[in-house]
Design a binder for this molecule. Structure first.
Ligand SMILES: Cc1cc2nc3c(=O)[nH]c(=O)nc-3n(C[C@H](O)[C@H](O)[C@H](O)COP(=O)(O)OP(=O)(O)OC[C@H]3O[C@@H](n4cnc5c(N)ncnc54)[C@H](O)[C@@H]3O)c2cc1C
Length: 533
């Protein structure tokens, strides 16, 4: 006797929608969430300045027209507390709380071929069996603290932005060191600088940041997009990034330079990263084209930052714009004009160690009262590997993916029957409006399970050949772009020892959706059913 139809790991955007969708389809389902609240990313990342960088009208669920109409976002890019309130509202509205067990980490899951079921073990010492095991554990949820010698000896407090104390942190009058200048570092820095006695920003790699131009939604705008929300969402589903973007449809290199400057300036003033990189067709495929946009951005840094030496250090070089997640901030660069902010170049003089009173680089020492790590995540695979997942014949997922993650369409992996991943490797997830990708995955998995039951199939798993072909296609598409050309978390470069593989699908959300639908319509082509290929 199997306890449940589906066990879901995690209760962020993915897990919340998964439990709703599966229950609505008549399945018995339970989600386990390690945190003491739901919301995932928006529960854990409560650092000051945390906000989404895809506009809220896109970065929200589309599955319920009623929810869409009743919820009002206050800003273009709402801050973390508002997104968390939204997710709690969703759980209330759809009565999801009975389906979610908080404070419970899934420690392992193993496939029992005889029972055709998963046994899932949890941190409270319990176990439960389920026909299907669905990981909604998040592609950016396993946080990463750099292994700095002496960190244990540091006498002040240190924080990782993804485990921010719920009661907040008061940096007033403190000397604070910030390590990490990616999306999060760029969001948190101006907030700390506003109150700290001094902020030292330790920068290894300069990042490109475009302005948000965040502002409250005007009533008229909200009324306008809500009036055509259904149509708008459909455009988003068919779009490249999960957000409808109007580009010129032409390559930048074929345009008169003055037209290019005019368009980039307009988009810079309008704010947002996706419209900026989507302005021309060749920005993410040709280095020469990318250099045009990179130089435009470097010029904006130079005109914002008054100290030319600091400005030059802040100018990113050596990798294409967009090959690392494009950051967004309205005040990061200008923050360096404050007298209480120093940029410390740890590319030329790396951090050597932490001592009780601060941080020592190869050339200087910085006395600090507190340290903040905005050093990101073990992306895509970290949360999966944190569980002891064992597939057919007891094969650990970590072993199966020793040389890099491999999955068919990003939803399943060979050797792991009846296991599905939401936003798994091989999908466009992190290269899209992630909420839209999440909805598509959840709905595809739900429909697959309904189909399997209707057809009387006990098991499903990708064939190795379909998986290899898909991953070859993922690589081929990526290699035709500039995306793999940076040392980024996209390729695992931020985690020492992680195999360097680019596993995200950058062929676009619309084409990816069409491929997933085609596979389903062909009776789940590329999947073995009941062990038969
Ligand atoms: C600061 C920040 C800002 C972001 N902004 C954007 C944005 O603007 N636009 C965008 O598209 N994307 C953004 N993202 C990406 C974001 O992660 C996704 O948009 C989305 O929130 C992911 O939802 P999820 O449910 O898949 O994963 P998560 O939100 O990460 O949720 C996963 C949950 O699973 C839980 N979990 C993990 N392992 C276990 C386990 N073993 N047992 C039990 N529970 C477990 C975790 O505690 C977590 O609550 C951002 C990410 C970060 C970190």
């Amino acid at each position: 006797m199997v306890d449940l139809d589906v066990v879901v790991v995690g209760a962020g955007f993915s897990g919340i929608y998964a439990v709703h969708a599966f229950r609505s389809a008549g399945l018995t389902v339970k989600a386990f969430e390690a945190g003491d609240g739901i919301g995932g990313t928006w529960f854990w990342n409560s650092y000051p300045g945390a906000r989404c960088d895809v506009e809220s009208k896109d970065y929200s669920y589309s599955f319920s027209p009623e929810l869409e109409q009743e919820w009002s976002w206050s800003e273009r890019y709402p801050a973390q507390p508002e997104i968390l309130r939204y997710l709690n509202h969703v759980a209330d509205k759809f009565d999801l709380w009975p389906l979610i067990q908080l404070n419970t980490r899934v420690t392992g899951a193993s496939w029992d071929a005889d029972a055709a079921a998963w046994t899932v073990t949890t941190s409270d010492g319990a176990s439960v069996t389920a026909r299907y095991f669905v990981s909604a554990a998040g592609c950016l949820s396993e946080f990463n603290v750099p292994n700095l010698p002496g960190l244990d000896s540091f006498e002040g407090p240190w924080y990782h932005t993804s485990r921010w104390p719920k009661e907040g942190v008061d940096f007033t009058g403190k000397r604070v060191g910030l390590v990490g200048t990616g999306s999060t570092g760029i969001q948190v820095a101006p907030e700390i600088a506003a109150v700290a006695e001094h902020l030292y920003v330790f920068q290894r790699t300069a990042n490109f940041a475009v302005p948000n131009r965040n502002r409250p939604w005007r009533q008229a705008e909200e009324t306008e997009f809500k009036a055509r929300y259904r149509e708008y969402r459909e455009e988003a589903r068919q779009s490249f990034l999960g957000v409808p973007i109007t580009g010129t449809g032409r390559p930048v290199l074929a345009e008169p330079p003055e037209d290019v400057q005019r368009l980039f300036t307009q988009r810079w003033q309008a704010g947002g990263g996706m419209p900026f990189l989507g302005a021309y067709t060749d920005l993410l495929v040709s280095q020469e084209a990318n250099d045009v946009v990179a130089e435009f951005m470097r010029d904006r840094i130079r005109e914002t930052v008054t100290d030319p030496e600091v400005a030059e250090l802040l100018c990113p070089r050596g990798y294409p714009v967009g090959a690392k997640r494009l950051c967004q901030s309205d005040d990061y660069y200008a923050m360096f004009n404050r007298p209480n902010v120093s940029l410390v170049d740890i590319r030329s003089a790396p951090i050597e160690s932490v001592y009780p009173g601060g941080v020592k680089t190869t050339t200087d020492s910085y006395d600090l009262d507190a340290l903040v790590f905005a050093t990101g995540f073990d992306a895509l695979t970290g949360a999966l590997f944190a569980m002891d997942i064992r597939g057919a014949g007891g094969l650990p997922l970590r072993t199966a993916w020793e040389t890099g993650a491999s999955a068919y369409l990003g939803v399943g992996t060979a050797g792991f029957p009846n296991m599905f991943m939401i936003t798994g490797p091989g999908s466009p997830a992190v290269f899209s409006n992630v909420v839209l990708s999440i909805e598509q995955h959840v709905e595809w998995v739900r429909d697959c399970i309904i189909w399997l039951r209707a057809q009387g199939h006990a098991t499903i798993e990708p064939t190795s050949s379909a998986q290899d072909e898909w991953m070859a296609h993922v690589s081929e598409v990526a290699n035709a772009t500039l995306f793999p050309k940076a040392d980024s978390w996209y390729v695992g470069a931020n985690i020492p020892g992680k195999p360097r593989v680019f596993t995200s699908y950058v062929g676009g959300c619309g084409p990816y959706r069409a491929k997933c639908d085609e596979v389903a319509a062909a009776g789940y082509a590329g999947f073995a059913l009941d062990g038969l290929t």
